[in-house]
Design a protein around this ligand. Structure first.
Ligand code: NDP
Length: 308
């Protein structure tokens, strides 16, 4: 089968991918963007977005992604449904396989595959996923209003999610494996001064408990081996994210946590013609606006590369 030739291929449809598509289409690079497993990316699983400049009244993640998508289409970007299943970056043009069958030869590649929430890896956690177990409090917290819930983790995300949940739930337990919070001082203050947040230090989760209707509780194990069960209806994970870089292992240079390494101040990877943007190369900021900014950088780097 003949491979389709594409000048600029973008993988991923969050703010980084769409912004790269807007810029590269305006630069007449005829970009093709594959949306991947989660069209619109992580933002589509959030509710309100209030900190993206230009939306004085705020918006929703879903609406913002739809707007970015439309903006990219307006300038001629081709947006396709499909999952990239293989990449061969050894030589240019790069060889890409979509959905295990379609072959593409790309002159340049912008990787914007994002990151996903991490889970503990317990069998019971998987069993109740979507039935009380969630990786995103802002997406699913609403279903647990006036109920008791738990958040696992002691970082900024866990504190942020616990604060949010405390505003709608009756009681929020934070399950923290160490005897201190890793979060910033400001976030620590926020959770320790909220009346209906109870921080359980030094606990790990043994098992998520439940029945056919969903989660009913969780069994915790203290570092000294003693166990304790708490009754909850919602169990939220906030233990960090992992970058979606499985496709690129052994080809692109990754850091210890699997994030794509870029040359500081640029989107350039260790392979000429391959650029990375958004959360897939950013373990720190992980904001819609920083992802969009880095999508712009990747598009400009890509344009310069192709026009050389
Ligand atoms: P972090 O890596 O900062 O924190 C992860 C937390 O989860 C830690 O408390 C960690 O525990 C815990 N954890 C990890 N694995 C497990 C496990 N298997 N079982 C139990 N607990 C576990 O991730 P975040 O998502 O919180 O933050 C990522 C980055 O984003 C940070 O730089 C953060 O500052 C930033 N951020 C900033 C925000 C803000 O400023 N408003 C909001 C959200 C994020 P341990 O400490 O023991 O390792």
């Amino acid at each position: 089968m003949n491979a389709e030739k594409i000048r600029c291929l973008i993988i991923g449809s969050g703010p980084a991918g769409y912004t790269a598509a807007i810029y590269t289409s305006r630069a007449n690079l005829n970009p093709v963007l594959y949306e991947g497993i989660e069209p619109g990316g992580q933002l589509t699983t959030t509710t309100e977005v209030e900190n993206f400049p230009g939306y004085p009244e705020g918006t929703t993640g879903q609406a913002m992604m739809e707007d970015m998508r439309k903006q990219a289409l307006r300038f001629g970007a081709e947006i396709r449904t499909g999952i990239v299943t293989e990449v061969d970056l050894k030589q240019r043009p790069f060889h890409i396989t979509v959905d295990g069958q379609k072959e593409i030869e790309a002159d340049s590649l912008i990787v914007a595959t994002g990151a996903s929430a991490r889970f503990l890896g317990l069998e019971s956690e998987q069993r109740f996923r979507g039935m009380g177990v969630s990786g995103c409090a802002t997406c699913d917290g609403f279903f647990y209003r006036r109920k008791d819930v738990a958040v696992v983790g002691g970082g900024d995300t866990a504190c942020e999610e616990a604060s949010y949940l405390a505003s709608i739930c009756r009681k929020v337990y934070m399950i923290v494996r160490k005897d201190y919070l890793r979060a910033s001082k400001a976030m620590q203050k926020r959770v320790t001064t909220t009346d209906n947040i109870d921080i359980l230090f030094g606990y790990n989760t043994d098992e998520v408990l439940g029945d056919e209707n969903g989660v009913t509780g969780v069994r915790l194990r203290r570092n000294d081996g003693t166990t304790r069960t708490i009754d909850i209806s919602g169990f939220f994970l906030a233990i960090g994210h992992h970058p979606n870089t499985e496709l690129f292992k052994g080809q692109l240079e990754l850091d210890d946590e699997g994030y794509i390494k870029t040359i500081p101040g640029t989107s350039k990877t260790n392979i000429d013609g391959v650029f990375a943007a958004g959360d897939v190369q950013d373990p720190n900021y992980r904001q819609a606006i920083t992802a969009a900014g880095s999508g712009c950088i990747a598009a400009l780097d890509c344009e310069r590369f192709l026009l050389l």
